[in-house]
Design a protein around this ligand. Structure first.
Ligand code: COA
Length: 238
């Protein structure tokens, strides 16, 4: 092979680079991928495959890494979000969506096996949180070779607080206004709003609760339902 052919082959394997302000680099090995970043971004974004879409509106920020591998996947981030962490999608036609006003101190979201991750509005996620739609490998029953740990979507409602180090596993549903205790392993579809879920595996440990980003002895009725009012949240440090 002559030099020019070899150089051409090497050149074709290089990603298309794009730089975003203030400090982000997008590496695109695919085609027809749409990246619409208007917000603050300190990140690496890696795209493999085609027809994928990533959106970050002007009022939101993202610090970390985004990797999308496959076709027709979407990462949709709402207004007034503050996200630090790593988002990864592998597969086709999957969506990670994060509702407005939701904040993450550090999160690793893995979206695999055609399952979506849907997160509501005004949620607060602490540090060291992992959320996954799949175990990534198979747990198999010896008797008939059947896979036991099937993938499933993750759905988190509005105004959910997730404590430090929680693992939100495949098939989890957390209704509106719930709290997840620190280091909990959540792996079920819960249906009752305003509950405290905690433990490994997480169960309902308190009912009739709510939460607030502030700290004081007593909250008024208005303060307890203020999250339902559609106003931008203030981002106190979690
Ligand atoms: C969830 C939380 C807020 C509950 O606080 P609390 O109301 O004072 O909880 P209590 O101590 O009354 O606990 C109630 C029950 O739940 C259990 N529980 C509480 N948190 C738990 C957790 N993380 N894992 C397992 N069980 C837990 C308690 O052991 C207790 O069980 P018991 O009644 O059998 O003794 C707190 O435990 C927690 O996990 N906070 C996370 C804080 C955090 O991550 N902050 C980071 C900033 S975003």
């Amino acid at each position: 092979m002559n030099f020019f052919k070899r150089a051409g082959r090497v050149f074709r394997t290089l990603p298309r680079l794009r730089f975003w302000r203030p400090f982000a680099v997008q590496l695109d090995w695919g085609h027809d991928n749409v990246v619409a970043f208007k917000g603050r971004l300190i990140a690496t974004v890696r795209l493999y495959g085609s027809g994928n879409r990533i959106e970050l509106p002007e009022t939101s920020s993202f610090v970390g890494h985004i990797t999308v591998r496959g076709r027709g996947n979407r990462v949709l981030i709402g207004e007034n979000c503050r996200i630090a962490g790593e988002l990864m999608i592998k597969g086709s036609n999957q969506t990670i969506s994060i509702g407005e006003g939701t904040t993450f101190e550090s999160v690793y979201i893995v979206c695999l096996e055609r399952c979506d991750v849907t997160i509501g509005r005004w949620c607060m996620f602490s540090r060291g949180i992992e959320m996954r739609t799949s175990d990534a490998h198979s747990l198999i029953r010896r008797r008939d070779g059947r896979r036991l740990n099937l993938a499933a979507p993750v759905v988190i409602g509005d105004h959910v607080w997730v404590g430090v180090g929680a693992l939100i596993s495949k098939g989890t549903v957390i209704p509106d206004d719930c709290v997840v205790g620190a280091k909990s392993f959540v792996n079920k579809a819960f249906s009752e709003t305003s509950t405290l879920l905690a433990g490994t595996p997480a169960t309902v440990v308190k009912r009739g609760i709510t939460w607030n980003r502030g700290r004081k002895r007593r909250f008024s009725n208005d303060e307890m339902k203020a999250w339902r009012v559609e106003e931008p949240v203030t981002h106190d440090q979690a």
